[in-house]
Design a protein around this ligand. Structure first.
Ligand SMILES: [Zn+2]
Length: 297
């Protein structure tokens, strides 16, 4: 293998590694490629010993954007006030990341397209060195941009900034994915619920919110204040709560169900084993309820 081929192979391997991320156990990773909304990524591997999970983010340097949300720690009671600050914060973060994304795309084009093509045409030509030089000039520019953005978000973390910048200045694959190094920073993580309301498709968030609401109403440790806070939050986000009190549809006669997870239990059980001993509710058959409706009329 020639020098050029070895360089390209290493570049490719390390770039591919940058497409994965490690997040603390219990995090949720949201990735957006095209379109406005994010999808939730499922974890590829769990490392129990170090309490981390491995996620694949996206391959190309554009237009992907990822957010790591939550992690170890309790569930937050959402607040409408926090939602607006989270929205503003995400907007600022995304705007600050734009130049990093643009430079990342240019870097990928130079190192993965222009440089190999020039090398393939004539490995000994001066153009190869010129192209590599241009790539490194852009990489230094990217490093400078990263320095400025990092200083804006973490003014007190100078040591970390220096370390990031020194590695980025010599390793092109870091430069191509610079925006991820910034946005996935543990200090920039949003509260779970606010982030989900902002990042997810409204329909997907509706499902998440429904479960959260049931937990706030019937789950262990449910209280009036938490439930009211959640209701205010859902009103603010515009989530319709119609029909959320209804039980699961596939109940047979005599079955009970858990009001939180909607797990169905047959005769004998009184508490849900998955939800910390929530008391089960007697199922109401849809057929029976229509009969009742008819007698009522
Ligand atoms: Zn349950």
């Amino acid at each position: 293998m020639s020098d050029g081929q070895t360089f390209l192979l290493l570049l490719g391997v390390f770039y591919a590694l940058e497409c994965f991320c490690m997040a603390p156990t219990g995090s949720a990773v949201y990735v957006r490629t095209f379109g406005r909304h994010h999808g939730r990524r499922s974890c590829l591997l769990e490392f129990g010993g170090i309490r981390k999970e491995l996620y694949f983010l996206y391959f190309l340097p554009w237009p992907g954007r990822a957010h790591v949300v939550g992690g170890v720690g309790g569930r937050m009671v959402p607040e409408a006030r926090r939602l607006s600050s989270a929205r503003r914060y995400l907007r600022v973060l995304n705007r600050a990341g734009e130049p990093l994304v643009m430079n990342g795309v240019l870097l990928a084009l130079i190192f993965f397209v222009a440089l190999p093509v020039t090398y393939w045409r004539d490995p000994m030509s001066e153009r190869v060195m010129l192209m590599a030089g241009a790539g490194y000039v852009l990489l230094f520019w990217q490093t400078g941009c990263y320095w400025c953005v990092h200083r804006r978000f973490f003014p007190e973390r100078g040591e970390e900034r220096l370390k990031c910048v020194l590695t980025m200045a010599v390793l092109p694959w870091h430069g191509m994915k610079a925006v991820d190094h910034l946005v996935l920073h543990p200090k920039l993580r949003l509260g779970t619920f606010e982030a989900q309301a902002l990042l997810l498709f409204p329909k997907v968030f509706g499902e998440v919110a429904k479960k959260e609401w049931r937990r706030a109403c019937h789950g262990p440790g449910a209280d009036q204040a938490g439930r009211e806070a959640l209701e205010r939050f859902l009103d603010r986000v515009g989530v319709d709560r119609g029909g959320w009190e209804r039980g699961p549809e596939e109940l047979a006669e005599g079955d009970k169900y858990c009001p939180v997870c909607h797990g169905i239990y047959h005769a004998g059980a009184t508490r849900c084993s998955d939800c910390g001993g929530v008391v089960l509710v007697e199922g109401v058959l849809r057929g029976l309820s229509t009969v009742e409706d008819e007698t009522a009329q």
